[in-house]
Design a binder for this molecule. Sequence first.
Ligand SMILES: Cc1cc2nc3c(=O)[nH]c(=O)nc-3n(C[C@H](O)[C@H](O)[C@H](O)COP(=O)(O)O)c2cc1C
Length: 339
Amino acid sequence: MNRIDAATLADLAAEANLAPSVHNTQPARWMLDEDGCILLAADLSRHLSVGDPTGRDMGLSCGAALEGMVMALAACGIGVAIEDLWADNILDWRPGYRLAARLTLAGAAMPTELAGWTTKRFTWRARFLPAAPEQITRLEHWVAETADVKRASGHEDLAFIAALNDRASLSIMREKSFRDELVAWMRLSPTHPAYAFDGLNLAALQMGRLEGALAEHVLASPLFDIADRLGLGKSLVAEAGKTITAAACLLFHRPESESAIVSGQAFYRFWLGFTRLGFAGWPMAVLADLPAASEAMRQRFPLPPGHRLINVLRVGPAPSTVPKYRLPARDLVLNGKPD
Ligand SMILES: Cc1cc2nc3c(=O)[nH]c(=O)nc-3n(C[C@H](O)[C@H](O)[C@H](O)COP(=O)(O)O)c2cc1C
């Protein structure tokens, strides 16, 4: 049987950690057990207790990292059998962690084509460039053959989604506790010690230094409520002018009963799938997470029975790329004994 050592696990963990994660919290941690299995656990110190009370986004983020690990192992020719432990909610394995999955090394595997796109995928939070007609045709064909994706395009549908996203975002941003948690994961000054490592920094948010300083000040203080009472709240969170420049919005949906880990694995494959076609993506998780918004989406864009909306992504060509801001590999692996 294949066995991997601690140094190799750290390299694989860094590859896996190129996956998207909510607010760039990077909750996935990896460990080798005494049988040579790879364990995946969620680091609960990176859970968003206000924005993600059920831990679903944390599970999706761990699932995406798991898919990254499976691809990284396959690139080394190693196959795995996955035991999904998310539903068991195992919190007593090690203080501060939720055990998510066990991977048993199982024979040989072929590298997947999607693995070549992990370094090219990124979140683009600004206006998109117009897509060429042949690029749009490629996207349409891909969506047509992809069971868990529905495409919304054309001015009316994009304007509907853009307005709903702004309304839903404002309703959650009105909660001070949500804003405080968001600001805690924002790195709005290049001097922030975690600027290059996690959370949302100026480059990821496409903000200048002044804009960043202003955003931090407004979001973290009663200024937001004052501006909101003056009718300015919407313009503080408005993304509609950018949303409308997308070539399409992609509704990603999965079976309702599916574990967040499995949905997260599929989410990463979905994102890499359109990256391959030359599109960048920008999620609007609020359209899936806020029940009223998700219901409004479902009314307008019916999903297959028994499926739930996982996320909605604006997609289009981006004028430039965004670098990866990630934790060092050594922070992603746990050693045998609790610290
Ligand atoms: C479950 C989930 C939900 C997300 N929701 C949003 C969102 O609502 N808005 C957003 O701008 N990015 C969202 N993202 C993208 C992450 O912020 C992004 O993946 C992370 O910052 C890392 O950056 P990268 O995608 O450029 O590698 C989400 C990612 C995941 C996995």
